[in-house]
Ligand binder design. Structure first.
Ligand SMILES: [Fe+2]
Length: 135
């Protein structure tokens, strides 16, 4: 799961940089929501009884963990995490952060499936360095 999370974060940051969305607020929201979107999957075997239950409930539970972990309650981050499984779940992203996370999650999940990393480790480090310089 850690590789997936970092892959989603790198993919989302890459999208932002490619499209000149380098606003500190946007990048921070994109990185935070990417890092937290699947955090409730830690220990999933003890929380959920099926893949369907996992699919339906983990976004909401990840929001609760995001709030507890960061002490924050940013509405754009909450909506991005809550809607990241769209269209598999009917919760529609309301902000660009949510659409970026949803897209990055699908790209990363696909490349995980094909066993091809979305970016090389070197590209990931470079992207995260570029993003940190804009913040
Ligand atoms: Fe997820």
């Amino acid at each position: 799961m850690g590789d997936h999370t970092l892959g989603v974060t790198a993919e989302a940051v890459k999208f932002c940089l490619r499209h000149n969305m380098t606003d500190e607020d946007v990048l921070r929201n994109v990185v935070t929501s990417s890092l937290c979107h699947d955090i409730s999957l830690i220990g999933r075997e003890d929380k959920y009884s099926s893949n369907l239950e996992t699919l339906r409930k983990h976004p909401r539970h990840s929001v609760e963990i995001y709030k507890d972990l960061t002490g924050e309650s940013d509405k754009k981050v909450i909506n991005a995490i809550r809607s990241h499984m769209f269209p598999l779940t009917p919760k529609l992203p309301k902000h660009r952060e949510g659409w970026i996370l949803t897209l990055a999650d699908k790209i990363s999940a696909s490349t995980d499936l094909f066993n091809v990393p979305p970016v090389t480790p070197e590209e990931r480090d470079e992207l995260l360095e570029q993003a940190s310089q804009t913040m």
